[in-house]
Design a protein around this ligand. Structure first.
Ligand SMILES: [Zn+2]
Length: 520
């Protein structure tokens, strides 16, 4: 057991339509995908693995999409040499194989029958096999089981952190969640509704909208849309892997879709990383630790965006299964390292285009201006797009209750600073070189990711590749296609402290890859 219990959460409260899925994470440029963001419905979220972008920012009314005026595609047939995408790794903890899904509902859980059907069948869908294919064998997944609790849920539950763990500060009062779940499982075992826990089962608890679960990072539906974690069964030894799924979209016509997206997120993480951040995940160990190898330096900017487990890395995306059930797209190491959209399945018609900076970590003094060389790349010949540079650390600071201090100032060589303050460069395409002048405005502060990892003081920049003309397949007529690539800026003092040289951490892949068919 880790000294700091890090539980994985569904970072966005999903309150979106199935065919135009939106999240409550919007509201500002590069809105934090992992903060306690209970902002208004954003009907223009990014459906590509990038943190959501509010279209009101990128679609500046004074800026006309000028793709038509951009030079055509060179069609060289090779994907431009670009940076290494983050890669999740197996950190040595447990991973489930062909798990059993057990769905728990209450009398007052909305859509209980549909959620039971979801749990019964999701493990045998092609989606399940595809999104977990990089991480665990999922063949012969048994049919899911259901437990209908013959009572309404209580108004408030408190997650005390599980057996043997300290409770979280400010948890408040309410029914002990872990004790309740343990007993509910034991009751169902005694009634022969389900077999005894075997350590290869995920227990999904669906609460009604009238229930609030506290004791985690904050109240359910305000701080998170769901999470998974583990505790020990009453036998004192068998692990119970569970997901907590509050109903955050009651009254919306998309109430069920929001829940199945959240459930799909937590389920695949509970399978691939049942003891959070010990299985398949970016390394989220708190600093200081042994995590000062280059791969962890390269991953670090992504952690600031809320990346961690395989569903976190694609939060805000959605995919409709045959039959209409809506689930989340999930991070694929093989797609990412192959130069394709890492969030699979990619809906038909979507193309992948992104732009990577030449380093993961830049070293600068406050007041310094330096140049970031940015390489746009795509895996298919496609129209040009635009790059927007965003001070993500400003958003992080604001979400942590700070004043929203600006840490980074941007100016693209040959670009513009729009009326909304975002530095933008139009007409980039595969292999064009873009140059971003970055000024470190203020002393960075340590950020805290969704996973609770304390990291060194850093400013975080995010480069968004945006195509105003390409609608995502999930949201025709509404979404703007966009992808993101972050980088961080640290001071020389921090660099010396954590073992980074004065030139930072370069992060460019060494070889070109030929264009390949878009992964489906
Ligand atoms: Zn997650």
């Amino acid at each position: 057991m880790r000294p700091l219990p890090c539980r994985s959460i569904l970072l966005c409260v999903l309150i979106g339509p199935a065919a135009a899925l939106a999240t409550a994470c919007g509201g500002s440029t590069a809105s934090n995908p992992h903060g306690a963001d209970s902002g208004a419905l954003d009907a223009s979220n990014v459906d590509t693995g990038a943190p959501p972008i509010d279209s009101g920012v990128v679609v500046d009314s004074g800026v006309v999409d000028d793709d038509g005026a951009c030079p055509g595609v060179s069609g060289s047939g090779t994907q431009a040499t670009h940076g290494n995408p983050p890669v999740v790794s197996n950190l040595g903890g447990p991973v489930l194989h062909s798990p059993t899904v057990v769905t728990f509902t209450f009398q007052n859980t909305a859509n209980a029958a549909a959620l039971q059907a979801f749990g019964a069948t999701i493990g045998s869908t092609p989606w399940f096999a595809e999104v977990l294919g990089d991480y665990t064998a999922t063949t012969s997944t048994p049919a899911g089981l259901s437990v209908a609790i013959a009572a309404n849920a209580d108004a408030t539950y408190v997650d005390n952190g599980g057996v043997g763990l300290d409770g979280d500060a400010g948890a408040g009062s309410g029914t002990d969640l872990n004790g309740f779940m343990n007993q509910a499982i034991a009751n169902a075992v005694a009634a022969k509704t389900i077999p005894a826990p075997d350590g290869n089962t995920v227990y999904m608890f669906y609460f009604p909208s009238t229930t609030t679960i506290t004791g985690f990072v904050g109240p359910s539906c305000q701080a998170y849309g769901g999470y998974h974690f583990n505790q020990v069964y009453a036998d004192g030894k068998t692990p119970i892997y569970y997901a907590v799924l509050p109903d955050c979209a009651a009254g919306s016509p998309y109430e069920l879709e929001a829940l199945t997206v959240a459930a799909s997120h937590e389920l695949v993480e509970a399978v691939s990383d049942p003891a959070p951040n010990t299985g398949w995940s970016l390394d989220t160990s708190p600093y200081p630790d042994a995590g000062t190898t280059p791969i962890e330096f390269r991953n670090d900017p992504w952690l600031s965006l809320g990346y961690g487990e395989i569903a976190d890395n694609c939060a805000g995306t959605a995919f409709m299964l045959d039959g209409g059930t809506v689930v989340q797209r999930i991070w694929s190491n093989s797609a990412a390292t192959g130069g394709h959209d890492p969030c699979v399945p990619a809906p038909a018609g979507e193309t992948y285009f992104n732009a990577s900076p030449d380093k993961a970590i830049y070293v600068a003094n406050v007041g310094d201006t330096f140049t970031v060389d940015v390489t746009p790349f795509t895996d298919v010949a496609r129209p040009s797009w635009q790059l927007d540079a965003v001070d993500y650390s400003q958003q992080l600071a604001a979400n942590m209750g700070g004043s929203g201090t600006s840490y980074l100032q941007f100016e693209w060589v040959g670009g513009v600073v729009r009326s909304d303050g975002v530095a933008s460069l139009t007409c980039v395409n595969n292999g064009t070189q873009a140059h971003l002048k970055v000024t470190l405005l203020a002393q960075p502060v340590a950020s805290q990711t969704s996973e609770g990892a304390q990291m060194w003081p850093q400013a975080v920049g995010a480069i968004y590749s945006v195509d105003l003309s390409q609608q995502t397949a999930m949201t025709p007529g509404q979404n703007t296609a966009a992808f993101v690539w972050p980088f961080e800026v640290i001071t020389p003092a921090t660099a010396a402290q954590i073992g980074v040289g004065s030139s930072g951490i370069a992060d460019m892949a060494r070889r070109r890859r030929f264009w390949e068919p878009v992964r489906r």
